[in-house]
Design a binder for this molecule. Structure first.
Ligand code: MG
Length: 257
């Protein structure tokens, strides 16, 4: 088990490995050189950031059989893809800002896949070796604007609408994990990734047939049944077995925990 973290060290972003109550800061840029160590910090004294800096966030619509059933929708033949801008990404503890344009902001707890290297058109059987690891994500969505616009760029693209973290777990079989979303401590979503219509390997291979993926790019894999709305002051948690808990609060104004 290895947890990769991005964090603030002396007010600059750094990469490291979280090892119980210590963060081992890595030398060089990114997670490329995990054996080269620069410094050790006490975990309690660092502030975690989003664990990756994606050039794009590729999101998948309708990828849980239970959610498709709940909506009365047919399971798609191919993954339905959309993009969230990298400017939407925030880290654990950062606030989700409720936009003045919307009257309905929903959570969508999702498994995040972080890409290891530059890949294009990879075969299904090669997908796993190009995955750095897995994290928790929240595909925050202004549901009213999604309905108004007919496409999803505005509804899913607001700044702060893509919480990610708290870290990247590298040693994990992603194919049957419990995934849950809690709102103010109450469980709202509960499923397993074995409910996926398209597996992790299939998604990575499929997306790489469309666009080149870069190190740190993030794929968010769709949400299970039980989506619902949040309001300012609410606390939302995405919990995934074998990874951890991503916690964020909804606020009117931007600030960090
Ligand atoms: Mg989603």
């Amino acid at each position: 088990m290895m947890r990769l973290v991005r964090f603030l060290a002396q007010n600059r972003p750094a990469y490291g490995i979280l090892d119980n109550d210590e963060v081992v800061e890595l030398d060089g840029e990114g997670y490329a050189s995990p054996l080269s160590r620069r410094a050790i910090h006490r975990a309690a004294e660092v502030r975690l950031l989003a664990p990756c800096v994606p050039t794009k966030v590729v999101a998948v619509g309708l990828n849980y059989r239970d959610h498709a059933k709940e909506l009365g929708m047919a399971v798609p033949e191919n993954p339905v893809l959309f993009l969230k801008p990298p400017t939407a990404v925030i880290g654990p503890g950062d606030n989700i800002i409720y936009p003045a344009m919307s009257r309905q902001v929903d959570y969508e707890g999702e498994l995040g896949i972080v890409i290891r290297d530059h890949i294009s058109r990879i075969a299904l059987g090669d997908a796993r070796k190009h995955i750095l690891g897995y994290t928790c994500a929240n595909d925050v969505t202004a549901r009213d604007l999604q309905r108004q616009d007919g496409q999803w760029t505005r509804a899913k693209g607001f700044d702060t609408f893509c919480p990610v973290g708290p870290w990247i777990e590298t040693d994990l079989d992603p194919d049957d994990l419990v995934i849950e979303t809690y709102l103010n401590g109450k469980r709202m979503q509960s499923s397993r990734t074995s409910q996926f219509v398209f597996s992790v390997d299939r998604l990575v291979s499929f997306i790489s047939q469309v666009m080149t993926l870069h190190p740190g790019d993030l794929i968010i894999t769709g949400t299970p049944a039980g989506i619902g709305s949040m309001k300012p002051g609410d606390e939302v948690e995405v919990r995934i077995e074998g990874i951890g808990v991503l916690k964020n609060r909804v606020a009117i104004k931007r600030c960090s925990a």
